[in-house]
Design a protein around this ligand. Sequence first.
Ligand code: CP
Ligand code: NVA
Length: 306
Amino acid sequence: MLRHIIVPEDLTAHEIEAVFAISKDLETKYDAGLREPLFPGRVLGLVFEKPSLRTRVSFEAAMVHLGGAAVFLGDEAGFSSSRESIADFGRVLSEYVDVIVCRSKAHETIQSLAAVSSVPVINGLSDYCHPCQAFADLYTLRAHVGRLAGLTLTFVGDGNNVARSLAVVCGLLGMRFVLAAPEGFQFDEAFRSHLRDILPNAEIEETTDPVAAVQDTSCVYTDVWTSMGQEKERLERQQAFRPYQVNTALMRHCPDALFMHCLPARRGEEVTDDVIDGSCSVVVEEAANRMHVQKGLLAWLLGQQS
Ligand code: CP
Ligand code: NVA
């Protein structure tokens, strides 16, 4: 069956665990210098409408490690432009490649691409969500704490694409999720209602109080206050989020917690240098794990096709 990963809940908890197991096995082999060409001749197509370091390079490297190749398609390819329809683009591209990763401005663009693609489409970030980021983040957290069920992850900042994805994956894997955000930047009613539908028993909380939110947490997570595409709101957002900076004063309320950030970071805004460069920070490992977990995801998807 053709599987797309457009939102995190496109995988069940059981399937996320299966992907993590493959990822761990391939990570161990990679660390030992082994890059088994499990999928020779397979091609990954990357269609990106926004800039990227981590998502692009980690997917490209993962596909090469698996024995395949990656083709990056930026603006010149004419995706989602007046050059041709998304339907024509997607139907043709999926004749050439075995998997597509798409980073789009609008979530609906990825949905339209998946609707016509004859190969799996993976969301490499949209304005709505960033599933691969959340999978890698919880893989990283488990590597440190040894388990996930029963832990709390606190997101301090904008209730954005990354926060939404973490809320869902925490819910799927039995974790409590807390969002600390100012009024107007918390989850919207449509997403809250969706969470109640897909995860009726999940512990997902929202507050405006960052200090209360980090009590007893295992991980403090933040992301930029102004995401790609929101640049016009930058000044308004800087003012609204100022009390939500993750700094040493906030981290004193949870001395055993890890610090995570999807990167890129705006140092001095959502996080201070002493926290992101401090001993609780795992941001580089988190970025490195994007490659290991996406390799697991590619191997899981390609394994189902063969
Ligand atoms: N975290 C993340 O997705 O980074 P990029 O925007 O560099 O891909
Ligand atoms: N929320 C950020 C995440 C970047 C990885 C953005 O969408 O720009």
